[in-house]
Each structure stands twice: as C-alpha cells, then as structure tokens.
Design a protein around this ligand. Sequence first.
Ligand SMILES: Cc1cc2nc3c(=O)[nH]c(=O)nc-3n(C[C@H](O)[C@H](O)[C@H](O)COP(=O)(O)OP(=O)(O)OC[C@H]3O[C@@H](n4cnc5c(N)ncnc54)[C@H](O)[C@@H]3O)c2cc1C
Length: 381
Amino acid sequence: MIQLTEEQKMIRDMVRKIAKEKIAPRAAEIDETDEFPMDYVEVYKENNLFKMVLPEKHGGIDANTTTLCVIVEELAKAYASAPQMLITTGAALHILLKAATEAQQMRFFKRLEQGTQACSFALTEPNHGSDAGSLQTKAVLNGDHYIINGSKAFITTGEIAEMHLVFVRTGGEKTKGISVIMVDKNTPGFRVGKKEHKMGFAGTGTVELIFEDAKVPKDSIVGKVNEGWSLLLNIANMMRVWGAGCTALGNAQGALDYVVEYAKQRFQFGKPIASFQAIQFMLADMAILIESARSLIYRTAYVMDTDGGSFKNIETLVCMSKCYAADVGMKVTTDAVQIMGGYGYTKEYPVERRMRDAKSVQIYDGSNQIQRVVISRNLLG
Ligand SMILES: Cc1cc2nc3c(=O)[nH]c(=O)nc-3n(C[C@H](O)[C@H](O)[C@H](O)COP(=O)(O)OP(=O)(O)OC[C@H]3O[C@@H](n4cnc5c(N)ncnc54)[C@H](O)[C@@H]3O)c2cc1C
C-alpha cells in the first residue's frame, strides 16, 4: 500500500474509532429491520463526513481519492452499508464542484445544510440499468421551469436524501441528450416511491423516485444542457474506486478479521480448527486476495490523485479495481461462511450478512460484466 500522509492517518484513526464505537454495534439490528440509520446521519454530520469531498471554503475536508478510499474502507470494515450515504452524496457533490456555477453551489450547499445533508445519485431506471445511456426520464423546458416525467429505480439514499442529483433526457439521441438536474425533495410533482426489499445492503434507503410533472426551476440544470453524460463518465471512475471498490475491500477485511479469531477459538477433534492446514490455507488465500485488491485500488487512487484524473489513462485501472475487489469480496465472504461451518450460515454471526452485502457490489456501479466489457474494449482498441 502507498504511504499515507500524516493527515490521512489522522482521518483513518478518527473514522476507525467512529466505526468501532458507533457503526459496528448497530449493524445486526439495521440488517434485521432495514430502517435507515438516522443515528449514522448524525455521526457523519458531527464529523463533517458528508462534506468530505468539498474544499475547506465550503466547510469540507478536501479529501482526495486516496483519503476517500481510507474513509470508505474503514467504515465498510465495520458494516458495508454504512458508507453508502456518504458515497452517493460525495458523488453528487463532486459533480456540483466540477460543473455547477458558484451561485448554484452556494444555493445547493446551503439547502443541504438545512436537512440531512445527504444527496442521492439517480441514474438507473426500471428499464435502463446497464444501458443507462438510453434513459427515458424526460425534462422539458417550460418558461422558467423544467417539467420532469418518469421514474428512477434502485436509488441508494433516496429514502432520506435532501436533494437528488438526477440524470434526465433533455435531447434526442442516447448519451448526447442527457443532462444533470438537481431536484429538491420538496419539489411539487416529485415523490419517493416503493422501497426495494433487498437481499442485503439493509438501511441504505434504496427506493424508486417518481416524477409526475415535477416542476423544477430552470437554473437547477448542472453544467451544459445535453452534456451530462461526460459528467457521469468522470464521476463513475471515482465512485468505482473509492465507493464500490473500497466497500467490497472493507467488507472482505471485516469478514477475514472475524474468522481468524473464530478459527482460533472453535475446537474440533480436540484442537482449534485454526490448526488444520485446510483452514490455514483458506485464511492465507483470503488474505492474499484482499491484499491484492487493496494494492490495485490504492494504486489506482494514487494515479487518479497524481495525474489529475485524466479519464482515458485510468479507465482500465478503475474497472479492474472495481471488478476485482467485488469478486474478491464475494469469494472471501463466502469462504468466511465456510470456515465457520453451520454457525457461519446463521444470522447469529455477522459473516452471512457480509456475504449477502458483498453480492451487491458485483451488480451496482456498472456490473462486473460491464467492467469486463470496458477492460476488453480498451485492450482490443
Ligand atoms: C444495492 C444496489 C444499489 C444501487 N444504487 C444505485 C444508485 O444509487 N443509483 C443508481 O442510479 N443506480 C443504482 N443501482 C442500480 C445499478 O447500478 C444497476 O442495478 C446496475 O447498473 C445493473 O443494471 P440492471 O440491474 O438493470 O441490470 P441489467 O442491465 O438488466 O443487467 C442484467 C444482467 O445482464 C448483464 N449485462 C447487461 N448488459 C450487458 C452487456 N452489454 N454485456 C454483458 N453483460 C451484460 C448484467 O451484467 C447483468 O448481469 C443500485 C443497484 C443495487 C443492486
């Protein structure tokens, strides 16, 4: 792993403490009830974590990609669901920093302060997932307002977000007709729809967003009209590394840490199961996979932080990081269940939850198949 700065180490230690004291103790209960953890919201607000990507002049900590990786990894080590509201908010704020005018930034940041501070990042639609470039939620200019009609699906943090960063169709052709628009949760004609009843990732407020003649002020469009797709490509690169990648990584590390202790304490045939070579080698392989994923992720983050994040150079590395970490997460958590035998399969212990949570990372933020499509396309030219 690359050397962290003194400041990054301080942030890591602060987040590690929060994760141990405030996040981990609530994980099993949130997994059971699927209630959005408003206590986590308060902890993140107190520690300025919603604003982690913002510069100091906007009250943030100006975190670069490496710092974001450290924060998400530490939180996911405690509970994979925990960093998700920070990831959607960070992604939305990144786009605002990149493309919103100074006046828009002041307006939106002020508005977020008045509530949870959380933002959703709304791209997917019921009929457009991997093929998001064909999205159909339409925004039509009418005087001083855009009128939005359509719906979004699987929107993380959507349940409690103060504002939603929404990708809408404002023009004709596929990716050339997409814009980004900020929608306040109190917008007339907008509502939160059904909540997804998911296998894992409980408490992340995954909902449908419904737009029925939703009336949004014209100056809520972020960046140029019909140029939203390029904003998406830029932010997708970042999110895949510090969002999905580090969620998978932290979750896998949490599973390994747990089963290492379990293997030392569980006795069969008069010995701890940790004394059996079959178990030792599984643990060794899990550690190798996790460390390889960590190296790939932090190397990608380093490249992003040092070459200005120029899109073409890093796309392949980004897709490798997301895809590999998600696959490692699935393999490690499945093996963690195996090492614990029957107890691993019960809800009394946390590893089956980690296995269910790991699965989602292979699907969202561009499925692992889509990552492989991009990697092979870049390889083949
Ligand atoms: C827990 C969770 C949280 C999410 N949060 C958000 C969010 O906050 N915001 C948001 O906008 N979206 C979110 N999503 C949606 C997520 O990004 C989509 O589920 C994902 O992009 C896949 O789309 P889909 O589910 O429609 O699957 P489909 O696109 O229907 O794909 C189905 C299968 O076909 C494969 N496939 C599709 N096209 C190809 C191809 N060209 N080549 C090879 N295989 C292909 C896919 O890999 C997949 O295995 C979330 C999803 C989940 C599960």
